[in-house]
Design a protein around this ligand. Structure first.
Ligand SMILES: [Zn+2]
Length: 339
């Protein structure tokens, strides 16, 4: 079946398939939910279902039962070269401007479909349309060209003007279950099972985020935790050495990597809480560090561990959202955790 290669979102996929089969597809959809959960993939599959040569044959009422359909239409859509299916992206510029909406969306939508049954316009990161662009877009929504379907994709629906939202059929996409992310990561990435567990735990239900995690750091996770737990709080040089080894620059990559180290430490401290409460080892994130984690958790009180987690969170805000001196904040953090 179409949509089956996309993980999760069973209810949403089924509702869309039914709409296609029953010929009552809405002229505009708003797909909203966190980044990296598959909204764009579902939009592309919907474009495929609407134009697939094997689904539109009303004479034999053929339902959508093709998986890897390789009709010409499906092939072109998958390759991104179908003349009736177009993707509008913001492409790293400041925002989607009114000219882009006019040229890439309006002008193209008002032609009859060239070879498909429907024109499908997918606007990715729709919240990046500036106000002028949104107003221009609203005009299109008010008089939708026939044989066309517009799909807005966004993680921030509240950034769209209410009149846009009310004219679209909204479909919410939830974070994916952790097990689904784990299974996907195992299939797609060259990571150990322990690293795949960590990646799925840190994904927040977004496969996109799990796939974009810094693999190098992920593989250094065990070493980072072992080095951290080995620090003698009375040795200033050991604390300094550890801080020196952390990415402290201001490039986006360094910031991402430092945030990732905070996440790694946070998961590890949470493992200690789970051990204290008596959870089985299956629930722990760092399964390859169980004896070390258990030993430290035994030596610390629950209050102590919870305070360390609070301190970690406070430092996160001070470093990434405030303007704390990074060096001093990190030195204090490392001391606060190992002491
Ligand atoms: Zn097809």
């Amino acid at each position: 079946m179409l949509f089956t290669s996309i993980i999760g979102h069973e209810f949403q996929k089924e509702a869309l398939m039914r709409a296609v089969n029953e010929n009552r597809v809405s002229h505009a959809y708003l797909f909203f939910g966190p980044d990296g959960v598959g909204k764009k993939l579902v939009a592309i599959e919907l474009a495929r279902a609407l134009n697939c040569y094997n689904t539109g044959n009303k004479a034999n009422k053929k339902k959508i039962t093709i998986n890897e359909c390789d009709c010409i239409s499906c092939k072109k859509i998958k390759k991104g070269i179908h003349p009736d299916v177009f993707l509008i992206e913001y492409g790293g510029v400041k925002d989607i401007k009114v000219d882009q909406i006019r040229e890439e969306l309006e002008e193209r939508l008002y032609f009859k479909p060239f070879e498909g049954r429907f024109k499908v316009a997918i606007v990715d990161e729709a919240h990046r349309m500036n106000l002028n662009a949104q107003n221009a877009f609203l005009k299109t929504l008010e008089e939708p060209p026939s044989d066309s379907v517009i799909i807005l994709i966004t993680s921030q629906p509240q950034a769209l003007i209410p009149t846009i939202r009310s004219r679209c059929q909204s479909i919410e996409f939830k974070p994916l279950p952790e097990e689904s992310v784990f299974e996907e990561i195992k299939k797609r990435e060259d990571l150990s099972p322990d690293e795949s567990v960590i990646a799925s735990r840190l994904s927040g239900g977004s496969l996109g985020r799990a796939l974009s995690l810094d693999k190098e750091l992920l593989q250094e996770r065990k070493e980072i935790i072992m080095k951290l737990s080995d620090i003698n709080p009375n040795s200033a040089s050991q604390v300094l050495d550890f801080v020196e080894s952390m990415p402290r620059g201001s490039s986006p990559r360094d910031i991402d990597r430092l945030m990732f180290i905070f996440d790694i430490i946070s998961l590890w401290l949470r493992d200690m809480v789970l051990i204290k409460i008596g959870f089985s080892e299956d629930f722990l994130s760092n399964r390859d560090l169980i004896s070390l984690t258990r030993r430290l958790a035994d030596g610390w009180s629950m209050d102590n561990i919870l305070n360390k987690i609070k301190f970690l969170e406070k430092t996160w805000y001070a470093v990434f959202r405030g303007n704390a001196n990074k060096q001093i904040a990190l030195e204090n953090l490392v001391l606060g955790i190992v002491d």
